[in-house]
Write a protein of this length. Sequence first.
Length: 256
Amino acid sequence: MNIALISGASSGLGCEFVKLLSQEGSLDAIWCIARSQPKLLAMKKSLTMPLQLFFLDLTDKNSIDSIQTALNKEKPNIKCLINAAGIGKIGSYNDISLSDCSTIVDLNCRAAMLLTQAALPFMHPHSHILQICSTAAFQPLPYFNIYAASKVFLYYYSRALQIELTTRHISVTAVCPYWIKDTNFIDTAQKTADNTYIKRFIFASRCQKIAIKALHDAKRDHSVSTPGIICTIHHFIAKFIPFSIMMHGWNIVRKL
């Protein structure tokens, strides 16, 4: 049984990946992981592709065990793994609760890494892993610092894993978009004691455009996908300009 395994599947970018992959005709089923039972059930009714639903909070350390148990039982061929679940919070160090700090690291780093490790024994040549990182992985971002640091972890993990999996002919793509306007990510990120450090989210892109470009790049075994002109430029200049200068630039941009 050929499947895709997608976290954060109930909304935003994860949901868009489910829709796109359901149209390709190369899969027998899509395994969808998300907390929202109503959204997953509604999506299942709207698609003809068989969906296996896992109503899980990946910040719960037992959630990966549930996925691993299902994998060991069904023994599917995972053609595509997409870690799309993620969260961020805007604010200074004292505007973000300890609970939120833990959630960001648990979901963006630990859960993505463990789900990847659990899936790899069920992946074969010409399979693809897409880690939804962020253009935030390219530099430190004051007042969005925990999120950016968590994406650095996922970015470096992805780049190194790509090399390790070369002999298995499994590609790993770090997908690094800029702001996305048609998700609840920004609304969630603003729910802190003081979210005024980032004034506007100009040049934000849309889920469908990002998902299409990310899948295109993954199928061509690109190690990094920058789906948009802003993140492409950011990726390029971050290779040459020191972080101290980049952070000064960020302090200007976030106040616009």
